[in-house]
Design a protein around this ligand. Structure first.
Ligand code: FCB
Length: 459
């Protein structure tokens, strides 16, 4: 490709992403409380090999070294999340100054390195006492979240230009409360729809609190995970299945947030199984308050195939059992997660997004990347498949920009290998390899490639 073809618009932001529980470790330090991920990962059978985030990448102590690697990578911005239990160990009440101080040091370190912090307020580590009081199944958690958001913003606001309320409420609600494959590991059947709603209310209340205290040109938004959905075949059942997959995976969140409506087809799919009584008058206005940007996490497309529901008794069926299986074309390569690789899916998604929501704010790709079974040989880690993946997906973003979609930035998931939730340390997504025995960091081939790609994009 010519140099011109590699360029991105002036000011396009290049970044890397991580999340608190996945990298920090230091779970008992400086007054940190327990999160649902501590409880979940310490419960046998939940995480591959019994891995926990107790030490993770020890980033809590090694953040200076990590920021130095980011500086050498040449990124404009770093997206990380704040561990709520470090700020409010029980999920409410006065802030823990030692916890805040850690993030203040991190923000200062980044600023000195010329890297703009992008803060996610909630990337899944709910304080355990709030879960014990009902977690996202109860509305009170949304109120607590807004208070916490306001407290963090007060303390760090002047150093942080970009704020994200929630990361992927889909995963919190449905993997956490319907499937139970993630913390808190509950199987609430259709109750999980209440968790989805309360997360959105929490987002709305937090937005209100943040906007009321906006400083300078700070921006506020939310990150949603989304796949572009296509039917696996032209059969009408598969076309209908694709619509249901899009409802569950995307529109449950994007319709209220970006269009101020509940999805028209939700009652067809869930109507007989829930009365939606957890919704209150005025919630939609709150949830759809204008955003400065929307973050999008995308890894792969969904090819939806109609399939009989697992449990024919509707009373026992969970909210995620909508009679759909994923059936991607066999020729698509897969990552170590088993996710199909098709960069055009991201271009299609961005176009679908802009067409479906005419009032779409600027978009940031807040996560995109791939896991492969990397190995260190003589102090080097060569990961050509990750390079190929990133090259194709960044190309798809560029194509979407050319199509007219207002994309302002791209964050690679992840800066370094880390605790990949229920898969523990078995899935490596990093540009930087982490030896979890010694905590040695080794920049992979993809790290060097990304540095050069960013430089070429700037022209
Ligand atoms: C996303 C999560 C992120 C990471 C990637 C692989 O769903 O937001 O923490 O685990 O997937």
């Amino acid at each position: 490709m010519s140099d011109e073809g590699l360029r991105f618009p002036q000011g396009f932001a290049w970044g890397v992403s991580t999340a608190s529980y996945q990298i920090e470790g230091a779970v008992d330090e400086d007054g940190r409380g327990t999160s649902i991920w501590d409880t979940f990962s310490h419960t046998p059978g939940n995480v591959v090999r019994g891995d926990t985030g107790d030490v993770a990448c020890d980033h809590y102590h090694r953040y200076r070294e990590d920021v130095a690697l980011m500086r050498d990578l040449g990124v404009d911005t770093y997206r990380f999340s704040i561990a709520w239990p470090r700020i409010q160990p029980t999920g409410k009440g006065p802030v823990e100054q030692a916890g805040l101080d850690f993030y203040r040091r991190l923000v200062d370190e980044l600023t000195d390195a010329g890297i703009r912090p992008s803060v996610t307020l909630y990337h899944w580590d709910l304080p355990q006492p709030l879960e014990d009081a009902g977690g996202w199944m109860v509305r009170d958690t949304a109120e607590r979240f807004a208070e916490y958001a306001a407290a963090v913003h007060d303390a760090l606001g002047d150093g942080v230009p970009q704020w994200i309320t929630l990361n992927e409420p889909y995963c919190s609600a449905f993997i956490g409360y319907a499937d139970g494959r993630h913390a808190p590991g509950r199987r609430e059947g259709h109750g999980a729809l209440a968790a989805a709603h309360h997360l959105l209310v929490g987002h709305g209340l937090a937005m209100q609190a943040l906007r009321a205290n906006r400083r300078g040109d700070e921006t506020f938004g939310i990150t949603l995970n989304m796949n572009h959905v296509l039917p696996a075949t032209d059969a009408p059942e598969d076309v209908a299945a694709a619509r249901r997959a899009e409802l569950l995976g995307t529109r449950v969140f994007s319709d209220p947030v970006l269009a101020g409506r509940y999805p028209a087809d939700e009652r067809e799919v869930w109507g007989e199984l829930t009365d939606f009584s957890f919704r209150r008058y005025g919630d939609l206005d709150l949830v759809s308050a204008p955003l400065d940007f929307v973050g999008l996490n995308n890894y792969y497309p969904t090819y939806a195939k109609d399939a009989p529901t697992v449990d024919p008794d509707p009373r026992r069926r969970v909210a995620t059992d909508i009679g759909v299986v994923e059936n991607p074309p066999a020729e698509l390569p897969r990552t170590a997660m088993g996710w199909p690789v098709e960069a055009d899916g991201l271009r299609r998604l961005l176009n679908w997004f802009a067409t479906t929501y005419p009032r779409l704010p600027p978009v940031y790709i807040t996560e995109n990347g791939a896991a492969y079974p990397d190995v260190a040989v003589d102090g080097r880690v060569d990961d050509p498949r990750r390079v190929a993946y990133l090259d194709a997906y960044i190309g798809a973003v560029r194509a979407a920009v050319d199509d007219g979609v207002d994309v302002r930035g791209y964050y690679c998931w992840s800066f370094m290998d880390n605790f990949e939730w229920a898969l523990g340390y078995s899935a490596r997504f990093g540009l930087v390899y982490v030896d979890f025995e010694t905590q040695q960091r080794i920049p992979k081939t993809s790290y060097h490639w990304y540095r050069d790609r960013i430089a070429a994009a700037r022209g």
